[in-house]
Write a new protein. Structure first.
Length: 87
């Protein structure tokens, strides 16, 4: 019974991380794109300053998450090859 409880406890954590990175980052990227498209009523109007700031924040979070994921995957290689301990 203890094994089942431990497995279910780990399962919800994996599902949560999968939802955040699997659907959360593309949704955040889409929100940044939508923020860039938030112009005025004119067809040729560019994004508003608040729209640009929101897009920069969204894109920065996505890029940081991608870089952190790559570094997390290569942490053992970087540690053993170059002596760089990131995490």
């Amino acid at each position: 019974m203890n094994l089942l409880v431990h497995t279910l406890s780990s399962l919800w954590q994996v599902v949560l991380v999968g939802l955040i990175f699997g659907a959360g980052l593309p949704a955040l990227f889409a929100l940044g794109m939508r923020s860039l498209a938030s112009g005025g009523t004119d067809e040729n109007a560019g994004p508003t300053p608040i729209g640009k700031a929101g897009a920069i924040v969204c894109f920065a979070v996505v890029v940081i998450a991608i870089i952190a994921g790559i570094l997390l995957l290569t942490a053992d290689f970087l540690s053993s090859s170059f002596g760089i301990n990131l995490f």
